[in-house]
Design a protein around this ligand. Structure first.
Ligand code: CNA
Ligand code: ZN
Length: 284
């Protein structure tokens, strides 16, 4: 299970890190509250701030991190059952991890839809529109609907694939690794409690998850029950630090330390070269 913290070292801010997180840096948009930028009701009235932010964060401008390559390595070694991500930056896909192994719980920028007529648009179309500036509008004659990337906003349902996979995967999971998430967004956070009681859970993060709000707990029917500090704990481990360091430490324990370092170097150099070649091709 992963969150925005696995991508911060790529240069993409998370939501809640004090100072650097998006919620502390949205003043220029004059929002009623920071979460409004990802709220579907607010978006329907004022889509401009979201598209302005999308320009800054658009996928394709960032490289996967060592942590992403560690996840890919787990799959290469035949150990990855599934990667559940809250991220919408597509970096898992860029690292080469097969789409079958990924559950994009909060959707993706890969596709977009017109909110009025439902017409689907591809990533390149959206990219073009976002960088043109303004709000992307449907090109169906007479429609003029706003086209929204298929990322899940607050107030929207999670993709069906999330619920389908959870049903199959969670009881089969024999080690749950949780990385770079504050474990506060539901229903994602409550996945921690869906694995068997005998499944060890390793949480790699810069800080511990804040305690669950008792009201939300009641409303959601239980949040994340991860708690390495609780008395009688026999299976939860909290590893405090960066996701990249945690992933590297784990890889080293598994005897893959050097392999991971080499993969990161080679893959990042390959992406740099591809980016350089494609911008040279565009210029010529
Ligand atoms: P969050 O609530 O912002 O929490 C991030 C967590 O990661 C915090 O606990 C941080 O302390 C921790 N963290 C940050 N950087 C690191 C690091 N380098 N190493 C270790 N820990 C770190 O984000 P969540 O993912 O928990 O919240 C869910 C939201 C955030 C989802 O709806 C996402 O769509 C959304 N989001 C995604 C992205 C992205 O796609 N990269 C970016 C920003 C927000
Ligand atoms: Zn339309």
């Amino acid at each position: 299970m992963a969150g925005a913290g696995i991508s911060t070292s790529a240069g993409i801010p998370d939501f809640r890190s004090p100072g650097s997180g998006l919620y502390d840096n949205l003043q220029k948009y004059n929002l009623p509250d920071p979460q409004a930028i990802f709220s579907i009701d607010f978006f329907k009235e004022s889509p401009e701030p979201f598209f302005e932010l999308a320009r800054e964060l658009f996928p394709g401008q960032f490289k996967p991190t060592p942590c992403h390559y560690f996840i890919k390595m787990l799959d290469d070694k035949g150990l990855l059952l599934r990667h559940y991500t809250q991220n919408i930056d597509t970096l898992e896909r860029v690292s080469g991890l097969n789409g079958d192994k990924i559950v994009e719980a909060h959707g993706t920028f890969h596709t977009s839809h017109c909110l009025a007529c439902g017409k689907e648009y591809c990533l390149d179309w959206m990219k073009n529109e976002v960088f043109k500036g303004g709000v992307p509008k449907c090109d169906v004659e007479g429609c003029e609907g706003v086209v929204k990337p298929d990322i899940v906003f607050f107030g929207e349902a999670l993709p069906k694939r999330f619920f389908d996979c959870v049903k199959k995967d969670m009881m089969e999971c024999d080690l749950l690794i949780i990385m770079g998430t504050s474990l506060v967004v539901q229903p994602f956070a409550s996945l921690t409690s869906r694995v068997p009681d005998t499944t060890p859970r390793l949480y790699i993060n810069r800080e511990k998850s804040p305690p669950m709000d008792p009201f939300m707990d009641l409303l959601m029917g239980g949040g994340s029950d991860f708690n390495a500090d609780k008395e009688g704990n026999y299976r939860d481990v909290f590893w405090e630090g960066s996701c990249d360091d945690g992933a590297q430490a784990l890889a080293t324990l598994l005897g893959w330390g050097e392999e991971l370092k080499t993969t990161v170097k080679t893959e990042q150099a390959r992406i740099d070269k591809e980016t350089k070649d494609s911008s040279a091709a565009k210029k010529s």
